[in-house]
Design a protein around this ligand. Structure first.
Ligand code: ME8
Length: 695
């Protein structure tokens, strides 16, 4: 269902003690994707990001840098703004907690908590981690009084402090969670939050006297406010709240709006426990949802300056293209789960899903349209919603066309649903299913043969269907890859989405709206291939030598889980003829007749998917020119993304007895060559008909 409420999405406001890195980019890009999606739906949308500039951590960092805190935080704002620009993130507002507009409203919120009777003065004595800017109980600490997050010693704090009566909110929070079952996502994390609260909450110290870098407590400026109370308030202060009459606050924090806080799992407790408690105390409704995504490691390791794997986003965007980076982050790391940023995986997805998948689709289609139809979009097969069937060249609106249209509808529906559920990776899965479908459609309809046979009517229908599918794709990929989506549209001869009417829902819904007569313009490839030389150049420019990761990957491939030459018979997993350790001695001679007993055929891969619970196997449906496709299992999952294989021709051993693997039947074997660098599935140079004998 189309979203209709005003949509407010936020990122955490980042500490300015360091420059932005790929982890910050992950949250910000996710929020940007959601904002862009809602804008395409014509829904009033507001996207907020910003900076957390107060607190002991920042005060100390400024000192280390030999600067006054304000001068230091001022100098750190630009790198964040620039990073979001480079990454095509489009916040509507960028809030800094040192801005007067924010400080005034934090003080208003404090006053509300005080008026509610929830603030009292007391003495605090406990542990504090400056890295987390958070109090720690003895129970939470690791041996040697180390913070469990930062693994650094915590500090003993003993001072007068104001407290917030958090303990009084245990029941109210549990009731709130009960009545708002999707308040925290993913559900597993919500359970963790609930168990934490069920154990009972302690009052929270919300002021400090031992340093000055914070918002003064109203009426007692000996104290500055606890940095998390200050920081969390940014989500409403940026709207002009809690002053109820502020127009943005009314529009985006009202009951009629949806508010989504995107945060990393590290700061969920602050957002899912403290923040709603403060708001309930102030008589303000908590937000609709807090979405806690997982943690990114880099090439298998925690990001840190000392490990030399602290990744600023800009050089990556420059090396691979901003859109490819955005795509990779959103697709390569499942939202909600921890995941690894891997340069190798980025290149593999770039070449496979972007280059071979989408880029190749556009290129194939526009080349055929240029060569055979003068580059012009042919007439739509649908006239006034009725399927037109011209008969001169045979049926011109066939089952295949109908299926493609249905698949497009399905992709638009599914991707929208996943975006509304804040799951950008699943949305991309749905979109790429359509990319594979469209590539398979071209293989099956063979427009080049239609052109050769002069079947121009049918050719027109086929080209129209796939051009229209590309138009749909250009909209669906726009939230993720706005620049490449516009480049795709330029080649299709369409108006830029950036120039659309902003309050109109442009999410694709009606197949057949691409105007006939539109002049297309075949341009440069959307995603030029990164070959080995280019990859080496990029890796060198990023300071990755003969990288650790390749070593790690090849270790994994050679390890016990790897497909091997004999794997097909020994592990009963990979149905693939591959050679693990070349050079292998040649086999003894055999007779020609013996060779001819092996029935090798050209097969066309119609679909490919991972086999559940198997690290190695892909389940392929392969057209061998028989009545129906054959199901063949191949141990190539570590080497190919399933989507990249769809539409490819391969060589199949067609007369092996069927075998069962992981509960599935395999009806043949796909040929591949394997050396120490990698594994390549064999493919004929010419697009021979499926079923053609190979000899
Ligand atoms: O916590 N993987 O700021 P912060 C994934 N100022 N996400 C990551 C990440 C990683 N490796 N590293 C950082 C703060 N992030 C507070 C927030 S909000 C009112 C105050 C992302 O600079 C992730 O969103 O430490 C995480 O929650 C956030 O950056 C922490 O940023």
């Amino acid at each position: 269902m189309k979203p209709s409420k005003p949509f407010y999405v936020t990122t955490p406001i980042y500490y300015v003690n360091d420059r932005p890195h790929i982890g910050h980019a992950y949250s910000t890009i996710a929020a940007d994707v959601l904002a862009r999606y809602h804008r395409l739906r014509g829904v009033p949308t507001r996207f907020l990001t910003g900076l957390d500039e107060h607190g002991l951590k920042i005060e100390r960092r400024a000192k280390e840098m030999g600067k006054e805190p304000q001068a230091f935080v001022d100098s750190m704002a630009a790198p964040f703004r620039e990073a979001w620009d480079v990454l095509e993130c489009t916040p509507d507002d960028f809030i800094r907690t040192t801005e007067p507009r924010h400080e005034a409203l934090v003080q208003q919120l404090w006053t509300r908590l005080e008026q509610a009777g929830d603030i009292y003065l007391g003495d605090y004595e406990d542990w504090y981690c400056v890295g987390c800017e958070s109090f720690k109980t003895e129970k939470e600490l690791l041996e040697g009084n180390l913070c469990p997050v930062h693994k650094k010693p915590v500090e003993k704090v003993k001072e007068q402090s104001y407290f917030f009566r958090l303990s009084a909110y245990t029941e109210r929070l549990l009731e709130f969670y009960e009545s708002h079952p999707t308040f925290v996502r993913p559900a597993g994390r919500f359970n963790e939050v609930k168990s934490f609260v069920r154990e009972g909450l302690r009052d929270l110290s919300i002021s400090r006297t031992s340093f000055r870098w914070g918002v003064p407590v109203p009426g007692n400026d000996e104290h500055v406010m606890y940095v998390w109370l200050d920081a969390l308030t940014n989500y409403i202060s940026a709207l002009g709240g809690p002053a109820a009459e502020a127009p943005l606050y009314k529009q985006f924090w009202g009951e009629d709006a949806t508010q989504v806080h995107i945060v990393g799992k590290d700061i969920l407790r602050f957002h899912a426990v403290y923040w709603p408690a403060f708001l309930l105390s102030a008589g303000i409704a908590p937000p609709t949802q807090v979405w806690a995504h997982g943690w990114l490691t880099v090439d298998g390791e925690k990001m840190s300056k000392s490990l030399g794997n602290f990744l600023p986003p800009a050089p990556l965007a420059e090396a691979f293209g901003t859109d490819a980076l955005r795509y990779y982050l959103m697709r390569g790391v499942a939202f909600g789960q921890d995941g690894d940023f891997s340069h190798e995986a980025l290149v593999a997805r770039y070449n496979g899903e972007l280059g071979n998948g989408l880029g190749n689709l556009l290129n194939r289609v526009l080349s055929i349209v240029k060569k055979n139809l003068g580059g012009v979009v042919p007439d739509s097969p649908r006239i006034g919603g009725v399927v037109e069937i011209a008969t001169e060249d045979g049926p011109i609106y066939e089952q295949l066309d109908r299926t493609l249209e249905q698949k497009a509808q399905e992709a638009a529906r599914e991707s929208a649903r996943w975006l509304e559920e804040v799951n950008p990776g699943r949305a991309l899965d749905a979109i790429w299913k359509l990319v594979a479908e469209a590539n398979g459609y071209i293989d099956r309809t063979e427009p080049w043969s239609l052109a050769k046979r002069g079947e121009t009517g049918r050719l027109g229908v086929v080209m129209y269907s796939v051009l229209e599918t590309l138009r749909w794709l250009s909209v669906m990929i726009w939230p993720f890859m706005p620049e490449r989506a516009e480049a795709l549209r330029t080649q299709l001869g369409l108006k830029a989405l950036e120039d659309r009417e902003k309050d109109v829902d442009v999410w694709p819904a009606h197949f057949g709206e691409l105007p006939a007569g539109t002049q297309t313009a075949l341009g440069t490839p959307l995603f030029p291939r990164i070959d080995d030389d280019e990859k080496a150049r990029i890796f060198a420019s990023l300071g990755l030598g003969r990288d650790k990761e390749s070593d790690r990957m090849s270790e994994q491939q050679e390890g016990p889980g790897a497909p091997s030459a004999s794997g097909a018979t020994q592990n009963s997993e990979p149905a693939i003829a591959a050679d693990a350790t070349p050079p292998e001695p040649f086999a003894p001679d055999m007779s020609f007749d013996d060779f001819m007993k092996v029935d090798l055929r050209v097969g066309l891969i119609l679909s490919a998917e991972k086999v559940k619970k198997s690290k190695k196997l892909l389940c392929l449906q392969i057209d061998l020119g028989e009545k129906g496709p054959r199901q063949i299992l191949a141990g190539i999952s570590a080497h190919y993304q399933p989507e990249a294989l769809v539409g490819r021709r391969v060589v199949v051993v067609a007369n092996l007895p069927p075998r069962k693997m992981m509960g599935l039947e395999s009806q043949g074997m796909v040929l591949a060559a394997r050396d120490e660098v990698g594994l390549g599935v064999l493919s004929p140079l010419h697009d021979a008909q499926p079923g053609t004998r190979v000899s």
